[in-house]
Design a binder for this molecule. Structure first.
Ligand SMILES: C[S@@+](CC[C@H](N)C(=O)[O-])C[C@H]1O[C@@H](n2cnc3c(N)ncnc32)[C@H](O)[C@@H]1O
Length: 203
């Protein structure tokens, strides 16, 4: 297997600086991948092992995660949707030009018709509105379209605003893979996020 850690080395993830901004503003107001590097690495290992060739990210912030994943895997099909909080806060966007991009709410009729047009997607990462109602709706809607895996960010519910994701994740039946690793870049030995990858097969 190639050195995926080295491939991610140039991608800034949620580190102590991001954490300080989050604690000051209640939002991670920084242009970086809002990911625990160790878990992003775990996601890359999963993508490599499963031969994922198409990827959709719902909720991209400034696009640093999709930029990194597409650089490492050069997907055959890559798509993203976001309603644009990062740009509204004056941050630059880095969604690569080859991404099929929709600036809209994932609950909008535009999303529905766009998702239909995308067709089969190997891996969908749901990382938009983290309330239970919204994440459940994103899940239910996206499971209707052809896919192999539906993934969720923040399955640990560590931050109170992400508890809806943890609740939905605990309720899901099917095959579930958890990528939950210590968030070392902020100096703790536990996860503050967690990625869960679901598929409809046997658990
Ligand atoms: C936690 S950030 C995403 C982080 C990103 N996946 C990453 O790895 O860096 C959440 C994003 O979801 C977007 N968002 C929230 N609710 C949304 C919705 N209903 N439809 C579309 N985007 C939404 C916000 O604009 C924000 O950019």
């Amino acid at each position: 297997m190639r050195d995926l850690r080295a491939a991610l080395a140039g991608t800034k993830c949620w580190d102590q600086h991001t954490q300080a901004l989050f604690e000051e503003h209640g939002e991670a107001l920084e242009d970086c991948a809002l990911q625990n590097r160790e878990e992003l690495l775990g996601l890359c290992e999963f993508i490599e092992a499963q031969g994922i060739r198409s990827y959709l990210e719902i909720g991209v912030w400034t696009g640093r995660t999709i930029e990194a994943l597409n650089r490492v895997f050069a997907f055959d099909k890559v798509a993203a949707c976001d309603h644009g909080w990062a740009a509204q806060r004056g941050l630059p966007m880095h969604v690569p030009a080859e991404v099929d991009w929709l600036q809209a709410d994932s609950e909008s009729p535009e999303f529905l018709s766009w998702r239909k047009e995308l067709g089969h997607i190997d891996l969908v990462l749901i990382d938009a509105n983290h309330s239970y109602r919204a994440v459940k709706r994103d899940f239910e809607l996206n499971r209707r379209f052809p896919h192999r895996f539906l993934a969720f960010h923040d399955i640990t519910g560590f931050h109170p605003a992400t508890r809806g994701v943890a609740r939905l994740w605990s309720e899901l039946e099917g095959a579930k893979v958890e990528i939950v690793r210590p968030h070392r870049e902020i100096g703790v030995e536990h996860s503050t996020m967690g990625i869960g990858i679901w598929s409809a097969g046997q658990g």
